[in-house]
Ligand binder design. Sequence first.
Ligand SMILES: Nc1nc2c(ncn2[C@@H]2O[C@H](COP(=O)(O)OP(=O)(O)O)[C@@H](O)[C@H]2O)c(=O)[nH]1
Ligand SMILES: [Mg+2]
Length: 459
Amino acid sequence: MAYDLEDTIAALGTASGGAARGILRISGPRAIPCLASCFAADNGQKLSAAGTSACVISGTLRVGKPSLDLPCDVFVWPTTQSYTRQPTAEVHTLGSSPLLEAALQEICAQGARLAGPGEFTLRAFLAGRLDLTQAEAVLGIIDARGQQDLQNAIAQLAGGLSQPLTQLRQQLLQVLAELEAGLDFVEEDIEFISPEHLRCQLNDARKVVTTIQQQMSSRTSTNPLPRVVLVGAPNAGKSSLFNTLTECFADDRSHPPAIVSETSGTTRDYLTSVVVLGGVPCEIVDTAGEDLRTSTHSIPGAAQEMTQAERRRADLLLRCIDCTTSQSLGEPTSATELLVWTKADRVDSTSDSTNEILRCSAVTQVGLDALQREIGKRLQASPIIAGGVVASTAGRCTDSLRLAEQSLDQAVRLVDQSGGEECIAAELRAALQELGHIVGAVYTDDILDRIFGQFCIGK
Ligand SMILES: Nc1nc2c(ncn2[C@@H]2O[C@H](COP(=O)(O)OP(=O)(O)O)[C@@H](O)[C@H]2O)c(=O)[nH]1
Ligand SMILES: [Mg+2]
């Protein structure tokens, strides 16, 4: 990836394909002159004379050969107030792909070059407008697959991670400065920081690292989506409910449906599909029935073991009860279990005064909406998505946090053993280095390539 900040970069800021409006983005030292050479303002104003404050100017962009005058609004940020902290402009015009392509070519002919993936955000990072966790949050917003993802990304962009990490690094830098001052005056018996104060500061820092680690570990399991597992007796209607939920709320409809049968014990392994329930993306899992006493056909042992394994992996269990066979209301056995009465179309629900219970039908889809909202509500409160960290950040930072924690542990141990201040300072420097990787105070081109390479061009 190119890091040359002297280049002026340009890209389409909106997805290709027809739309009412399209955006062309330009940033870099020559952004305004590049645009000025093919833009004419309706009021005759010169772009170069636009002054230093951000403004919007209506006019036309002359593109292509034979040339065409495109009506547009030009947004100009002529100074460091822009996203990239370089002169930046956006052309908002008709959303036609060939017209936008022609406009982009025109801007490039005037001296700009095509931007690489995420290069605008990369410049914002290099200019200090964002740290790495916030840059990842920008991507998190673009890729959000539901309300919760979006909220996490927005919180992270607003500094949800940067702030505690910056504070922590400042605190550790202060401690390090005091330790190093002591090292400089080691002959003179001046104490710059007492062992008690040092231990206290290190323990505080350690606690912050642990909290952030916990927040992130909920997002780094191999499958970051919460799992909703359907359980219940054979023939309770689990597979039917699975199919209906998938049909109505699927994120990806490419999977085969589960087999539904009057013969109990048809589902012998498990099936999964990704759905969005109550705004929360999650994986629903159909399992083989569990209760053999009601079954005339035995479910193979392996299928039962799988069901048990799925139960343990579940973030929420949906216990399906056939309301044509069970009169008892029952009680959920844990906070992560939800009771669902199936085949509601086969009983007269008006005779039942309890409106609180979740009754639904895979056939008529009655009650399905209430069910998906309740599942979403339960998942929002479950620890797997309450973390508030963008998954890619969590994945990238696990090692750094673990190493920072190890160094802080070792530093506390050294304080307890009255170890040398030089060794304690070395551990602190190592911890700071790792925390620096997370926010991007310490980075390599390789790390930047990996992060910004995931962005689309134009962001
Ligand atoms: N009328 C009605 N029948 C259902 C409903 N859900 C399932 N069934 C029937 O109940 C039987 C067992 O369903 P299935 O989904 O295979 O149950 P599973 O063994 O729990 O997976 C099949 O004959 C289904 O057609 C429903 O909502 N309404
Ligand atoms: Mg089944």
